[in-house]
Design a protein around this ligand. Structure first.
Ligand SMILES: [Zn+2]
Length: 99
C-alpha cells in the first residue's frame, strides 16, 4: 500500500463534517439517523486516525489542544502527529513519498 494513511481520518472526518453541517441545518429537530452517523463517523475518526510511528490517537490530541469551536479546523488541518511530529505519510515503504 502506498496511499498512506491519511484517508483513514479524512474519510470519517469528511463524513463527520457532512453530518455536522446537516445537523446544523436541522437544528430544530435533528434527525436521529444523522446524529447517529455523525457520532459513528466521529468515533471512527478517533479510532482510525492513529500515528503510524508512535500509535497515539492524533485526533484526540488535536481535540484536546483545540477549543471546541476550533475542532473542525484542528482536525482538518491535522498534518502531523502532535505527539511525535511524524508527518502523516506512509512509513511502511522506503522512499514512499506519495501524495
Ligand atoms: Zn506520533
Amino acid at each position: 500500500m502506498r496511499t498512506g494513511q491519511r484517508w483513514r481520518y479524512e474519510v470519517p472526518a469528511a463524513a463527520f463534517i457532512v453530518c455536522g453541517v446537516g445537523l446544523l441545518f436541522q437544528a430544530g429537530r435533528p434527525s436521529p439517523l444523522l446524529l447517529g452517523l455523525a457520532l459513528a463517523s466521529f468515533v471512527l475518526m478517533c479510532a482510525w486516525a492513529r500515528c503510524p510511528r508512535c500509535g497515539s490517537a492524533v485526533v484526540w490530541h488535536a481535540l484536546g489542544r483545540a477549543r471546541v469551536w476550533k475542532w473542525m479546523t484542528a482536525v482538518v488541518e491535522l498534518r502531523q502527529c502532535p505527539a511525535c511530529s511524524f508527518e502523516g505519510t506512509d512509513s511502511t515503504g522506503p522512499g514512499g513519498a506519495t501524495t
